[in-house]
Design a protein around this ligand. Structure first.
Ligand code: VAH
Length: 313
C-alpha cells in the first residue's frame, strides 16, 4: 500500500519545513498536514484540524485518509512549557501515547517523534555529551522528552512499534517565525539584524549550545525514517549534533555580513534553562548506525539565512 503521511503540528517551526520535504519525497497528495487550526493562507496540500490529545479525533483522521505513518511534532517548547507546566505535560505526553497506541493497534507502520538535547540536565557532562550519560532534566519540556524516550523504547520492545526519534539541538531556519524555545534567540537575531542592525539577546554572550541549521535537521529526519529497520539500533532517541556556538560567536559571524551589527545582552529566565543543557553533542551513534553527516557550519548557515531572509522579508 502506498505510504500516507500525517504530520501533526504542521504549523510549527519544524512542521512547516517537514511537510514540504515529505511532499517532495512522497508526493503532495500523500502528505496530510494537521494542526489545531487551519493556516490563514491554505497550503498546496490537504489539511485537517486536529488536537492530538483528542484520541477519537485522531483515529477518525487516520482511518479517513488511510494514514500509514505519523510525524508527531506538536509540543510545547522549553520556555513556553515552564509557563504552563501541567498543560505542557498533558500535550507532550498524551499526544505521544495516543500516537503510540494507534501504532500498537496496527493502524500505523511507522512513527516519528522528536526528542531534544533538553533531556540532558545540570549534572550531565556538557562537552561532547554522550548518547548514554546522566539524564536529569530540570525543565518540564526536558522531563516530557525523557519520559517520551522511555515510552518509545517500551512500545518498540513490547509491541514491535517502528517508532524512531532524534534528539534535536536548537534549530535555526528562515521559513517560520521564532518560537517559544530557549534557542530561538538564534533565529530572532537574524530578523533583528536585518531590521535594525542590532539585537538584545536573552542569553549571555558565552552561552554555547548545540545548534543545527534546519535543512540539516530535515535531512537527518528523512534519512533516519528512510533507513532500513535493521540499522536503527536505538529506539529511545539518537543524539544529533551539528554546530555548537554562543551568542557572541553568532554575532561575530553576522557582523561579517552586516558590519556595525550591535548586540547587547540581557539574560532572562531562559538563561537558567540554557545553563542546564550541554554545550556540544557526540552523535557518533547516528553516524555509525544510519550514516549521519551534517553539511552546514556557522559560516554557511549564516550566509544561507541572510540570502533567504532578505528574499522573504
Ligand atoms: C527549545 N528549540 O529551545 C527547542 C529545543 C534544544 C532546544 O528543543 O526549547
Amino acid at each position: 500500500m502506498k505510504d500516507k503521511i500525517l504530520v501533526i503540528g504542521s504549523a510549527g517551526q519544524i512542521g512547516t519545513e517537514l511537510v514540504e520535504a515529505l511532499r517532495a519525497q512522497f508526493g503532495s497528495s500523500q502528505v496530510i498536514a494537521s494542526d489545531l487550526k487551519a493556516p490563514e493562507i491554505p497550503g498546496e496540500g490537504l489539511f485537517e484540524a486536529l488536537d492530538v490529545t483528542d484520541r477519537e479525533g485522531l483515529l477518525k483522521i487516520v482511518k479517513k485518509h488511510g494514514i500509514t505513518q505519523i510525524y508527531l511534532l506538536a509540543a510545547l517548547l522549553s520556555a513556553t512549557a515552564e509557563k504552563n507546566p501541567l498543560f505542557a505535560w498533558k500535550l507532550n505526553m498524551e499526544g505521544l501515547l495516543n500516537v503510540l497506541e494507534l501504532a500498537r493497534e496496527k493502524h500505523l507502520d511507522k512513527v516519528y517523534w522528536p526528542s531534544s538535547i533538553a533531556v540532558f540536565g545540570p549534572n550531565t557532562p556538557k562537552d561532547n555529551t554522550a548518547q548514554y550519560t546522566i539524564m536529569e532534566p530540570s525543565t518540564v519540556y526536558g522531563i516530557s522528552k525523557q519520559s517520551g524516550e522511555r515510552w518509545c523504547e517500551y512500545y518498540h520492545a513490547k509491541y514491535g512499534v517502528d517508532v524512531r526519534s532524534l534528539r534535536y539541538p536548537g534549530l535555526i531556519g528562515w521559513k517560520s517565525a521564532p518560537g517559544g524555545g530557549t534557542t530561538d534567540y538564534a533565529v530572532h537575531i537574524f530578523h533583528e539584524a536585518l531590521k535594525s542592525s542590532s539585537y538584545e539577546c536573552f542569553l549571555g554572550p558565552d552561552t554555547a549550545l548545540p545548534m543545527m541549521y534546519m535543512p540539516d535537521a530535515i535531512r537527518a529526519t528523512l534519512e533516519l525514517m528512510n533507513a532500513e529497520t535493521g540499522r536503527i539500533k536505538i529506539r529511545s532517541s539518537y543524539n544529533l549534533g551539528g554546530i555548537s556556538f554562543s551568542p557572541k560567536d553568532l554575532a561575530e559571524e553576522i557582523r561579517k555580513k552586516i558590519p556595525g551589527f550591535k548586540i547587547s545582552y540581557k539574560p532572562d529566565s531562559r538563561q537558567q534553562i540554557a545553563d542546564t543543557w550541554p554545550r556540544s553533542i557526540d552523535d557518533s551513534a547516528s553516524r555509525l548506525d544510519w550514516g549521519w553527516k551534517p553539511l552546514y557550519d556557522l559560516k554557511t548557515m549564516t550566509e544561507d539565512m541572510f540570502i533567504n531572509l532578505k528574499k522573504k522579508l
